[in-house]
Design a protein around this ligand. Structure first.
Ligand code: HAM
Length: 417
């Protein structure tokens, strides 16, 4: 049996990188006063259709949808925002002011054509702030930047755009449709299909005539006073914080709930395909037709980060701190409590589970590469003297000193990691 297409087993060195990413993000998110939430892996399919929009690729082509045994239409979650919004209402999180900022680390599912950094099951780290205060937008950009810096990713461009209100987007949409119809001969059959249903998606097509996009009408040509003012305020603040960005007038994002400010961190790393988005987010208003569900958020594609950092990062695998060799069953029984106590202190302990000749046991132990091998030499069987063998020393110590040594080693290791 093999794993399903577009999924992966995460293990070995890679899982250390995943955990490093999760830990780094959680550490920062807590510092920004976010609280973690875990929502179900599946929801009623209607939730996503309503929030993400029927014309979005995520819904039209990529949703994992099925009927359960009671004939309910269920979907595996393709993203986190809709689920977190549902939970925010259902769990009445709005009742406490300190519950507006939520983060999640979850598996998401999209029926996509798999390639590097694009899977059918993938991890997202996401945040949502259910509040429309101006500074939240800036805070999310700062959080993204601190996070990327902390995991040592520097090859990226921050792209921003202001896609304004639904009314203005409608005016813009009509102009775009007109423009694409006028230039229809430059579009592929697939692109032609999108003209009436989702012309915005043509703007971020990869295989498209460049000058057609360059000369397309831009949403900024249709801004009202509010849009102009709000976008300028964001730009000014980013400038004053010396945050580098590019205004991308054609950044539209693929999910229907976005409004006003949107952004993407696009990787320029040679380890990913050209221009791959590693973080995408923006503002939304009235999710689930509820004004309390207005705010801003983003999600990080974890597999994409792993691809970027895995060749340069060196995370130490957890070594066995102490490997005990017991030559008799009695020694094993006498020391069970001791081993349990050491493990409770976080010291990684292993020991032989079978009785063999000392030489064989020693060879087995060396193979697992412990920091210390601990055993009794024949003459010391009945004494409290244990031989402790490290990479460059050998000592005979009473057990309480062995414990002291292991504790000291562990605390020094924890301090430097
Ligand atoms: P999204 O742009 O659809 O936004 O996804 C966010 C990120 O998830 C992408 O930039 C990408 O890094 C990663 N991603 C998406 N699809 C895949 C895939 N098939 N394989 C691997 N990684 C993938 C959202 O999902 C929004 N919910 C973000 C958001 C939160 N906006 C506001 N709040």
């Amino acid at each position: 049996m093999k794993k399903p297409k577009g999924t992966k087993d995460i293990l070995g060195k890679e899982i250390l990188i995943y955990n490093h990413i999760f830990k780094t993000f959680s550490f920062l998110a807590l510092a920004y006063n976010f609280k973690q939430i875990i929502t179900p892996t599946f929801e009623e399919a209607a939730l996503f259709k309503k929030e993400i929009g029927k014309e979005a690729e995520v819904i039209k082509k990529e949703l994992y949808e099925f009927k359960d045994k009671a004939n309910r239409l269920i979907a595996l979650k393709p993203e986190g925002t809709a689920s977190v919004a549902r939970a925010y209402l259902e769990e009445k999180l709005y009742a406490a002011k300190n519950n507006q900022k939520l983060f999640y680390i979850d598996s998401m599912f999209r029926y996509e054509s798999p390639q590097k950094g694009r899977l059918r099951e993938f991890f997202q780290i996401g945040v949502e702030i259910f509040s429309t205060e101006f500074f939240n937008k800036i805070e999310l950009i700062q959080l993204s930047l601190s996070f990327l810096r902390k995991i040592k990713i520097s090859d990226f461009v921050l792209k921003i755009n202001f896609i304004s209100s639904p009314e203005i987007r409608n005016i813009y949409k009509k102009q775009l449709i007109k423009y694409f119809k006028k230039n229809i001969e430059l579009l592929s059959d697939q692109q032609k299909e999108k003209i009436n249903t989702n012309p915005f998606r043509i703007l971020d097509e990869k295989n498209i005539n460049e000058s057609l996009i360059k000369n397309a009408p831009k949403i900024s040509e249709f801004y009202d006073e509010r849009s102009e003012k709000e976008f300028q305020e964001i730009i000014k603040t980013l400038d004053s914080l010396e945050i580098e960005y590019q205004i991308d007038p054609f950044l539209v994002r693929g999910l229907d709930y976005y409004t006003d400010f949107v952004f993407e961190f696009v990787s320029t790393s040679p380890h990913l395909g050209a221009k791959t988005t590693i973080i995408g987010g923006g503002e939304y208003s009235n999710l689930l037709n509820d004004e309390r569900l207005s705010g801003v958020g983003f999600a990080v594609g974890v597999e994409r980060l792993v691809e970027i950092i895995k060749t340069n990062i060196n995370i130490k695998e957890n070594l066995i701190d102490a490997y005990f060799i017991f030559e008799t069953k009695e020694m094993f029984f006498d020391n069970l409590v001791l081993i349990n106590d050491l493990r409770k202190l976080g010291i990684t302990v292993e020991f032989n589970k079978k009785i063999k000749s000392f030489n064989k046991l020693f060879q087995d132990a060396v193979k697992v590469n412990p920091k210390y091998l601990i055993f009794k030499e024949k003459d010391n069987y009945n004494k409290d003297d244990w031989t402790v063998k490290g990479a460059d020393f050998k000592k005979i110590l009473p057990i309480k000193n062995v414990i002291k040594l292991l504790k000291l080693e562990k605390s020094q290791y924890n301090e430097t990691n």
